[in-house]
Ligand binder design. Structure first.
Ligand code: BES
Ligand code: MN
Ligand code: ZN
Length: 464
């Protein structure tokens, strides 16, 4: 483990003193004159994500001075664990005081590497923190984000629908949740025809994964995640560039499991349902085709304009099923459209919801927690653009415009009008590295959604 919560932390560990540009002079003034000259000569001024190792007179490591830009940054310490020499560290009392949740969270995230195939080049430094509810909360959240990243980073060869179900089952077991899955032709018998149609061309059987957790007396919340373990595009096959990252097309499912892990670890007073339609969008003689008209659980007939718009097709059955238990809230998370990425780029997932006030609350929370999302409209007049002449609706728009809105409007058909619902269209990937956020799979919006669930269902007391 790269972080440990202890009742008491030994003073034999190396202290890390947190400084910023304002507090550095006072800290430096307490150091030997030679050290002060050294800090000036290397131009260490306490800037964010820069640190300096200081020796004692015997040449042993005495302490670390680490620059912090924003004390509320959930990635405040993230640059340290990979850079510091291996060993045990603690936060010194001389420096800026960091919220233990942020300390635990940022250190754990800064230690992240996807090392399933390629071992780490060196051991990461270990932080010893006094244990307490706040530190435990920060760590629980970081562990959930790590789960989501690992699932996204795992190649499709090792994470098909069955392995995704295995990950959900393991999570259920860890938290005493119930796990169920409906596999292959059972999907037809139990009336999930759209999930079956998209997944039937793969030798890896499609399925609907379901977790249930929490007391029956608590408010119901359903979290739905798009679980396309690989998106080749189907018969409307993607080009090489477009297909390259499509192991991450289960990013919605990974984030749904990450959010569920947080809810369960922090024991929110919810009755949670997680639904993951898990498929591989593959090509074979029995693949669904452009022009096909497919029945859905909700009864609507959907015309396939393009087999690469598969996410909304499988989500239609999952959303219809989620609505059947009339939960207080349905949240769906999906790597649904390239159009959302064109509009907002990799760092800003698109949020769609019917209620403007809820959208504003979520956008504000996202900015505050540095886990942003941005509101886009369910622009009703564009529904005309997804009407079908042979079925009820078509899974592509009339043209290339407003692709993310078209997809969201398509989903909206499967959510009853009075059902509270949030739809998040996300990238699930860091395309450029930042401290604690290496290139690769990324959890997005789930810290914000956790805070929203706490605010709405657990009251302010539970947030701490
Ligand atoms: N999984 C993709 C969307 C995607 C692509 C997300 C790249 C993130 C990065 C989705 O299944 C898809 O292929 N959507 C098509 C829909 C189109 C055919 C209407 C798209 O966005 O191009
Ligand atoms: Mn696709
Ligand atoms: Zn897809």
């Amino acid at each position: 483990m790269t972080i440990e919560l202890r009742k008491s932390v030994s003073t034999r560990t190396t202290p890390i003193t947190l400084v910023d540009r304002t507090s550095l002079p006072a800290v430096a003034a307490r150091l030997p004159a030679a050290t002060q000259r050294w800090l000036r000569s290397i131009d260490f001024v306490g800037a964010a994500d820069r640190h300096v190792l200081l020796p004692d007179e015997q040449g042993q490591m005495a302490q670390v001075l680490a620059g912090i830009g924003d004390i509320d940054d959930p990635f405040a310490l993230a640059a340290l664990p990979g850079d510091l020499p291996p060993g045990d560290y603690r936060l010194s009392d001389d420096g800026l005081a960091l919220d233990p949740a942020i300390a635990a969270h940022s250190w754990h995230m800064g230690s992240y590497a996807f090392d399933r195939y390629k071992p780490r080049r060196r051991t990461t430094a270990r932080l010893l923190l006094p244990s307490g509810a706040t530190a435990r909360r920060g760590l629980a959240i970081a562990e959930a984000l790590t789960l989501a990243r690992d699932l996204i980073n795992t190649p499709a060869e090792h994470l098909g629908p069955q392995e995704l179900a295995g990950a959900a089952q393991a999570l259920a077991k860890a938290h005493g949740a119930r796990f169920k899955q409906i596999v292959s032709d059972e999907l037809l018998k139990k009336n999930f025809p759209a999930i079956h149609a998209v997944g039937r061309a793969s030798v890896r059987a499609p399925r609907l994964i379901e977790l249930q957790w929490g007391k029956p007396s608590h408010p119901r919340v359903s979290i739905v995640g798009k679980g396309v373990c690989f998106d080749s595009g189907g018969l409307d096959i993607k080009g090489a560039d477009g297909m390259r990252l499509m192991k991450k097309d289960m990013g919605g499912a990974a984030n749904a499991l990450g959010l569920a892990a947080m809810v369960m670890a922090l024991k929110l007073p919810l009755r949670l349902q997680v639904l993951i339609p898990a498929v591989e969008n593959a090509i074979a003689g029995n693949a669904y085709r452009p022009g096909d008209v497919l029945p859905t659980r909700a009864g609507l007939q959907i015309e396939i304009g393009n087999t690469d718009a598969e996410g909304r097709v499988i989500l239609s059955d999952a959303l219809a099923y989620a609505a059947e238990s009339t939960p207080e809230l349905i949240i769906d998370l999906a790597t649904l459209t390239g159009a959302a990425r064109i509009a907002l780029g990799p760092q800003l997932p698109a949020l769609f919801c019917r209620d403007m006030r809820t959208a504003r609350t979520l956008v504000d929370l996202g900015l505050e927690l540095q886990d942003p999302l941005w509101h886009m409209p369910l622009w009703a007049p564009y529904k005309a653009g997804i009407e079908s002449s042979v079925g009820d609706i078509v899974n592509t728009g009339r043209n290339a415009m407003a692709g993310a809105i078209n997809a969201a409007l398509f989903l909206e058909y499967f959510v009853p009008p009075d059902q509270d619902w949030l739809h998040v269209d996300l990238f699930g990937w860091n395309d450029a590295p930042r401290a604690g956020r290496p290139v690769g799979g990324e959890a997005q919006t789930i810290r914000t959604l956790l805070a929203y669930l706490e605010q709405r269902f657990a009251g302010p007391a539970a947030r701490g």
